[in-house]
Write a protein that binds this ligand. Structure first.
Ligand SMILES: C[S@@+](CC[C@H](N)C(=O)[O-])C[C@H]1O[C@@H](n2cnc3c(N)ncnc32)[C@H](O)[C@@H]1O
Length: 361
């Protein structure tokens, strides 16, 4: 059987890091980095592995067809020719989403309507508002339409562990990217002295223990016509076997008592509570043994703190000393108050705003 084509989408600037994750999947071929994600091919176990193991992707799309569509009747004709039943089981509830760029077909609502109609003709059921559904995505660029199925069932960064969040929680995929960007060797201590909901420490523990980030997450695989439960079980079992134990600490602390409770609950749900050492402490009293520091300090606007942020960054600089670090902050001026040599590793979107990640120069 021919390998299938997939596209793992990610947040801006994470493509090179995601490409490394994709290359590490077993059985993957034709890996190519693109704007917004990484395309690859593989047999069905690659689909399961990708959803379980890609911690930097937002979704894994199965590419169903690519065709030229300059007019609605051309789109209809192409949709009729695609055997959707070889991808989705009849009766599956679907929802269409369209994105149109530099194309004659520019009305996303109208394209979605045609995809709905095409899918209904082939025995799929249109989901009602608020109903759970598999997403069919039509992406039109330069009059070329790519039709894909979201195999992840919603954003992959929702791993399922972060039910408790503080004032300004960090998205899990971004937290993972920050830990990677710090250059941490995953074999020595790491600390987040302003951990909030604990996302950076938890993602670090998932990385160091080689725990697939999607191991505890539910996926809509059963809706796929070619779903192979035994194969998925094998992929899951192998991922479980590959989890390592840690011989070094991963620390998280925060001056807010509620943050400790949140982070502890999240670490328990992530299944790594024994691998992280979390405490209630202001940065001035946080543990000081040498460790890579990864952190996302308050930067005013988002957390709404009006206190002396410059002083907090100076205290952070003292806390870091000679250690490797990654600091997520939109404001380079604030980071310069650490008095540490730094450079920008990448800039991405977070909560509708740009955020930069700075590392030691
Ligand atoms: C932007 S939030 C961190 C969010 C975190 N990355 C997450 O995923 O939830 C910043 C955190 O810094 C903590 N913080 C502020 N000043 C601090 C200080 N002096 N010492 C320790 N923690 C502090 C706040 O309580 C807050 O939880």
């Amino acid at each position: 059987m021919k390998p299938r084509s997939y596209f793992a989408a990610c947040a801006p600037a994470l493509e090179p890091l995601l490409e490394q994750e994709v290359l590490a999947l077993r059985g993957v071929t034709n890996v190519s980095r693109d704007v917004g994600g990484v395309a690859f091919s593989g047999h069905d176990n690659v689909l399961y592995e990708a959803n379980l193991a890609l911690g930097l992707a937002s979704h894994v799309f199965l590419r169903v067809a690519t065709f030229s569509a300059r007019a609605m009747n051309e789109l209809d004709k192409q949709l009729r020719a695609i055997p959707l039943s070889s991808f989705l089981t009849p009766g599956t509830r679907i929802r269409a989403r369209a994105r149109c760029r530099k194309s004659k077909l520019y009305h996303t609502g109208a394209v979605e309507q045609r995809v709905h109609e095409g899918a209904a003709r082939q025995g799929l059921t249109l989901a009602r508002e608020g109903e759970e559904a598999v997403e069919l995505r039509a992406r039109l660029v330069n009059d070329e339409c790519t039709l894909s199925i979201d195999t992840s069932g919603g954003p992959l960064h929702r791993r399922g562990y972060r039910l408790a969040s503080g004032k300004a929680p960090m998205r899990e995929d971004l937290a993972r990217a920050i830990v990677i960007a710090s250059g941490w060797d995953r074999e020595s201590p790491l600390r987040d002295p302003m951990m909030g909901a604990g996302t950076l420490a938890i993602e670090a523990a998932l990385l160091a223990t080689n725990t697939a980030p999607g191991l505890r997450r539910a996926f809509p695989f059963a809706r796929l016509a070619f779903f192979d439960a035994a194969r998925l079980e094998k992929v899951r079992a192998r991922a479980e076997e590959e989890v390592r134990s840690l011989s070094f600490p991963i620390f998280g602390s925060d001056r807010d008592e509620g943050a400790l409770a949140n982070a502890t609950g999240n670490a328990q749900r992530a299944g790594i509570a024994e691998r992280v050492s979390l405490s209630h402490a202001a940065i001035s009293a946080a543990p000081t043994e040498p460790a890579t520091i990864v952190t996302n300090p308050p930067y005013g606007e988002r957390v709404g703190e009006s206190g002396n942020l410059g002083g907090l960054y100076t205290a952070l600089g003292k806390h870091i000393g000679d250690s490797p670090f990654a600091i997520a902050c939109p404001d380079a001026k604030l980071v310069s108050r650490t008095r540490l040599p730094f450079k920008s590793a990448f800039m991405t979107d977070h909560g509708g705003k740009k955020i930069r990640v700075f590392v030691r120069k």
